[in-house]
Design a protein around this ligand. Structure first.
Ligand code: FPP
Length: 245
């Protein structure tokens, strides 16, 4: 049930999350960093369920960036295995809850087993009519824009596309998020005020909520706070507030 303080008519349709602070959460408890990622999975599962229950149409989570390969090999391997395990364990629940899952990013650089599981989960849930759950994996916003430019240039070189007809819709259609509305709200946990190469094009008009809560501690209360903050904003999209004299 949606908390009473929230206005059901003014919810963001699409929420994006930068799930930061797993390592710090673990360090604060004297645990290895990877235990923070394991706890982070539970926070992600509960956030997905809350968003779905509260009527949010899409949730996009930043699970692994193109820059995250520079982390210690053990941590990268742990994360890849964690993604595989979670996908195997959760596929039935995703299907039952009508979640449509997609993975956004350069997937061909991921371990083959993970690629297979991703393909299976994407296909099994493609026709589901519930929340859209996008997991950005080996994702980089700049790389996504380069790829879009290359695709448009290729079509232009073949004579299929007139450069003068390229507009914002043409670029949006070449992004991993093609067909998805832009996020209305970006939540970043653990206090850092950065976008970190996440959804550079798509976040153009998103409201940004930064919380000091570390990702594994992100719960219903923290989501409610983010949504209340969103509902307190006056979204003008570059125009004027209609009440401005
Ligand atoms: C950032 O915290 C978190 C990550 C790089 C990994 C996030 C991944 C998950 C929560 C698992 C998601 C699982 C699936 C299947 C989608 P950090 O390590 O940068 O934290 P720190 O800044 O405190 O070091």
């Amino acid at each position: 049930m949606l908390p009473l303080e929230l206005n059901p008519d003014r919810l963001p349709q699409h929420v994006a999350v930068i799930m930061d602070g797993n390592g710090r959460w673990a360090a604060a408890r004297g645990l290895p960093r990877v235990m923070g990622h394991r706890a982070g999975v539970e926070a992600l599962k509960s956030t997905l369920r809350l968003c779905s229950d509260w009527g949010i149409s899409s949730l996009t989570a930043y699970a692994f960036s193109t820059e995250n390969w520079s982390r210690p090999g053990d941590e990268v391997n742990f994360l890849m295995t964690l993604f595989e395990r979670v996908l195997q364990a959760e596929l039935k629940a995703l299907e039952a809850e009508q979640v449509r899952i997609r993975f956004l990013g350069d997937l061909d650089q991921l371990p083959e087993k993970l690629q297979r599981l991703i393909a299976e989960a994407t296909a099994c849930t493609a026709a589901n009519c519930g929340i859209h759950f996008n997991v950005c994996t080996n994702y980089g916003g700049r790389r996504e824009l380069v790829r879009a430019a290359q695709n448009l240039a290729r079509r232009t070189a073949k004579g299929e596309l007139d450069p003068d007809t390229i507009d914002e819709n043409s670029i949006a259609a070449e992004l991993f998020t093609a067909g998805e509305n832009d996020p209305d709200l970006l939540i970043r946990t653990s206090g850092e005020h950065r976008i970190s190469n996440f959804l550079l094009w798509q976040l153009a008009y998103a409201e940004i909520h930064v919380t000091d809560v570390c990702w594994p501690d992100f719960n219903a209360e923290a989501l409610k706070t983010a949504l209340l903050d969103f509902q307190s904003r006056n979204r003008r999209f570059g125009g004027l507030d209609p009440t401005t004299p």
